[in-house]
Design a protein around this ligand. Structure first.
Ligand SMILES: O=C(CO)COP(=O)(O)O
Length: 261
């Protein structure tokens, strides 16, 4: 089964809602409709931008999709500052990143919490983009395959095969995020292949073949083609380069197999 590539722009804590509208308009204008047949494109803005992005995408009937960068494992209640799955679902979010390394490192998110968040997203019909990835020391010790395999297994714990089929996995080596140091396509493919192998072992070939595995970490228009050409890399989770409309559009067009618009 051919997996349609997904390019998701993780804006992190950048752009207010007015800037968000400007960037979405720029992408919508620059990326002709025909590309969406070959690539799914999503933007993941900060929470405060989502309503504006939703309104624009709905009003102009754009093919872009959107989502959030995190969600609470709870549906509602006394959780000051948190945002729930039902809130994101009501805003029409298609995706939510879960377990991004910045949340694991800065907010101390454990695999157990990440697993609860994956379940919360699925419960409300939002596709979780489950992020895994090793720190530099782990790679240097040669333990990156085992580390990412464990994060994957723990993140998906307790899910049925059909639920796993609805998840997107993103391999983001921590040492490649925001550093300009992109993993080579061979390094990224090694891990993405191993993650798919784990999915196959745990949930069967059908699930492993259907699930999209993205690569993230300093992806740009200059390296995306080589990355998505690898057998087990089905798109990209893009940080810095997703904040530049022209660069992100180029990157999406290349992930679709080109030509540049
Ligand atoms: O963390 C990332 C996407 O989630 C990657 O960020 P950069 O593309 O800025 O390295």
């Amino acid at each position: 089964m051919a997996r349609k590539p997904l390019v998701a722009g993780n804006w992190k804590m950048n752009l207010n809602h007015l800037e968000a509208i400007a960037l979405v308009q720029k992408i919508a204008f620059a990326l002709p409709e025909k590309y969406y047949a070959k690539v799914d494109v999503a933007v993941l803005p900060p929470f405060t931008d989502i309503r504006s992005v939703q309104t624009l995408i709905d009003a102009d009937k754009l093919s872009l999709t959107y989502g959030a960068q995190d969600l609470s494992p709870q549906d509602s209640g006394a959780f000051t500052g948190d945002i729930s799955g039902p809130m994101l679902a009501k805003l029409g979010c298609s995706f939510v990143t879960v377990g991004h390394s910045e949340r694991r490192a800065i907010h101390g998110e454990t695999d157990e919490l990440v697993n609860k968040k994956v379940k919360a997203a699925l419960k409300h019909g939002i596709t979780p983009i489950l992020c895994v990835g090793e720190e530099l020391e782990i790679r240097e010790a040669g333990e990156h395959l085992e580390h990412t395999r464990n994060q994957l297994i723990e993140g998906l714990k307790g899910l049925k095969a059909e639920q796993v089929q609805a998840v997107v996995i993103a391999y983001e080596p921590v040492w490649a995020i925001g550093t300009g140091k992109v993993a080579t396509a061979a390094d990224a493919e090694e891990v993405c292949k191993s993650l798919r192998g784990t999915l196959s072992e745990k949930y069967g070939d059908e699930v492993a073949t259907a699930v999209r595995v993205l690569y993230g970490g300093s992806v740009k228009s200059g390296n995306v083609s080589e990355l998505v050409a690898a057998d087990n890399i089905d798109g990209a989770l893009v940080g810095g380069a997703s904040l530049d409309g022209e660069e992100f559009t180029k990157l999406c067009a290349l992930a679709a197999g080109g030509p540049l618009p």
